[in-house]
Design a protein around this ligand. Structure first.
Ligand code: GLU
Length: 419
């Protein structure tokens, strides 16, 4: 894992790599590599003991040529201006790969939420929502959950926005609880698209996923759901899963639901008695499994780990889990990497369905949500592999960016430049 790779520079490198295969002028390209604006704010929040603490917070609006800015809000001690800028750019290209009518944005607060009470987090979230209010709205910028945020935080932001605006506007934010205007299938959506991408990838490469062994690094909303669906729906054997406490391993396959229950109960995966042994995160990432899924944070696989990777296939559930150098090593070593902007796009795709439902004030069934998601992801997969073959591109990531940049550049070109 590499701490010193700047994710914003990684994003710019990925764009440059793909732009080399495209006829995009340098003026347009420069606009596609930088955010349109970034809000940086310091939130004063009263803690339970009456003291006041300041929290640094951001919202980056990267590009709005294809529609309202869209993207999650992250609570993590490592949030930084450059991380938020990178994540907002990845949202632009993710929405373009799956062809949903959004631009990209991302927000974050520098905080370790485990150190604060629920009422402190509520005051922090409402203070952030107050700062966001002029920027967000169903037609402007639509936040959603990301690392360490979920329905609870989305409901607080929605309520703050609606109270201050004296209206009801559920489409201001997605990832809400069902009873507060959320969508069926949204919680599972990111893991579901990882599963669908893995299914398509195995089929495309002529391999049988039912015979495959799978290792999953990260057991949050994306990793745990992906692991469960890959085991239950596709019949693969999930041999290792990890969280920040470490990894649990069983070559005969883990009972993912039991591992999930153990984590719910104890707060950590380690100590799970359904496993044969425990591994480090590095050992998990370099396991000789048929598929490795990094589902934690950026830069999980650096050049050094990439040299030791033994799998033939990686499906990225996290945003930016490979450094650009790791990407180069894996491309040279013929490891098939299916990129984040496709594989984890299920989250924002079902956010889009939630927003459509909110606008129509009409709720879809879970079946309809899952069917539409499957259509979007399989069409995007086909578009990406078509570009990969037709243009003889070096990696599936470059293929994804080629498809996405073409769409964004066309919209940017059609919009022109406001004087
Ligand atoms: N945070 C998720 C992502 O990185 C979801 C974003 C959304 O639903 O807008 O894709």
């Amino acid at each position: 894992m590499s701490e010193d790779v700047n994710p914003f520079e990684s994003l710019q490198e990925q764009i440059d790599d793909a732009a080399a295969y495209l006829d995009v002028g340098p003026d347009v390209l420069e606009r596609l590599k930088r955010p349109e604006r970034v809000l940086e704010t310091n939130l004063s929040v009263e803690l339970d003991d009456g003291s006041i603490e300041l929290f640094e917070a951001y919202r980056s609006q990267f590009n709005g040529d294809r529609g309202p800015y869209k993207g999650g809000i992250r609570y993590h001690p490592n949030v930084s201006r450059d991380e938020v800028k990178a994540l907002s750019g990845w949202m632009v290209y993710k929405c373009a790969v799956v062809d949903i009518p959004y631009g990209g944005g991302k927000g974050g607060i520098v905080v370790d939420p485990r150190e604060y009470s629920a009422s402190e987090l509520e005051r922090l979230t409402r203070s952030y929502a107050k700062e966001l209010r002029p920027l967000i709205g169903p037609d402007k910028d639509i936040p959603a959950p990301d690392v360490n945020t979920g329905q609870r935080e989305m409901n607080w932001i929605k309520d703050t926005y609606e109270t201050l605006e004296n209206t009801t506007a559920p489409g201001t934010i997605t990832g809400k609880a069902l009873t507060s205007g959320g969508s069926e299938g949204r919680v599972e959506a990111t893991g579901r698209s990882v599963m669908l991408t893995a299914r398509e990838a195995f089929e495309y490469l002529g391999k049988d996923i039912a015979e495959a062994t799978v290792a999953v690094q990260g057991f949050g909303n994306a990793g745990s759901v992906a692991a469960e669906l890959i085991a239950d729906d596709l019949g693969a054997s999930v041999v290792a899963v990890s969280d920040s406490s470490g990894a649990v391993y069983d070559p005969a396959g883990l009972d993912v639901a039991a591992a999930k229950a153990h984590k719910m109960e104890t707060g950590a995966l380690t100590g799970f008695d359904g496993a044969e042994s425990e591994l480090t995160n590095r050992e998990l990432l370099t396991l000789d499994a048929d598929l490795v899924i990094p589902a934690a944070l950026e830069n999980a696989i650096d050049e050094d780990i990439a040299e030791d990777v033994r799998t033939d296939m990686i499906v990225e559930a996290a945003n930016g889990p490979l450094t650009p150098d790791a990407d180069d090593v894996l491309t040279d070593r013929d490891v098939a990497v299916f990129p984040d902007v496709l594989a984890n796009a299920g989250g924002v795709t079902v956010s889009y369905f939630e927003w459509v439902q909110n606008r129509q004030r009409f709720n879809w069934t879970e079946q309809r949500v899952n069917d539409e998601l499957e259509r979007v992801i399989t069409e995007a997969f086909d578009g990406l592999t078509d570009a990969y073959e037709a243009r003889d591109l070096p990696s599936y990531r470059t293929a994804a960016y080629v498809v996405a940049i073409q769409r964004v550049a066309k919209a940017a070109d059609e919009s022109g430049v406001f004087p």
